[in-house]
Design a binder for this molecule. Structure first.
Ligand SMILES: [Zn+2]
Length: 190
């Protein structure tokens, strides 16, 4: 059960909970599947409160600049309209969820759900002042989404039990959490 009681100026941002980022996926995050249950509970709480749920997704071209073939750091992942780009099986997005696709053009990458999207504008239009953030991965897309949200002036709560890290270097996840807290985000269990 979710502990969150969303207020009238709250929104939830579910970051990149896509099949390629789950164990067994093209860029699988260890224990990435464990974010699904707490996020389902959180999404239910926001849905019941009539508050918006945003779900970001990597939505790349087959020749995306972040892929190794083009000199990027990652194996091919989340190519638009492929099974790996789909949201995780079992992720219960409410019908009203707003999907935010990012890094759609071949030559631009964005870890942040705010990068090159109209997410900030959509949040402002819905009167959002505080965002709750969970998803994948702590040390990349969650980190950058949270930092951009803070820069854009939103209050940010990171759902500590609903994020998991890639950990290219051991400790990256903990360092990302520390960085988010130093920047002003609050850490809370869902
Ligand atoms: Zn990507």
């Amino acid at each position: 059960m979710a502990n969150i009681v969303p207020g009238p100026s709250d929104a939830l941002i579910v970051v990149d909970v896509q099949r390629d980022f789950l164990p067994g996926g093209a860029l699988g995050v260890a224990h990435g599947d464990e974010v699904v249950a707490p996020l389902n509970a959180a999404m239910g709480a926001f849905e019941r409160a009539g508050r918006p749920v945003f779900a970001s997704r990597d939505w790349h071209t087959p020749d995306h600049c972040s892929f190794k073939a083009r000199g990027g750091p990652w194996p091919p992942h989340c190519v638009a309209n492929t099974p790996g780009a789909r949201f995780a099986e079992g992720l219960q997005l409410p019908p009203s969820a707003i999907v935010v696709s990012k890094a759609e053009s071949a030559d631009a990458d964005s870890y942040s759900a705010f990068g090159g999207t109209d997410l900030a504008l959509q949040l402002e239009r819905k009167g959002v002042k505080r965002v709750f953030v969970g998803g994948l991965a702590t040390d990349y897309c969650v980190l950058n989404t949270v930092l951009d949200a803070l820069t854009a002036g939103f209050e940010v709560v990171v759902l500590g039990d609903a994020v998991r890290a890639v950990e290219v270097s051991p400790g990256d996840g903990a360092r990302a959490i520390a960085k988010m807290e130093q920047a002003g985000a609050r850490l809370q269990a869902s």
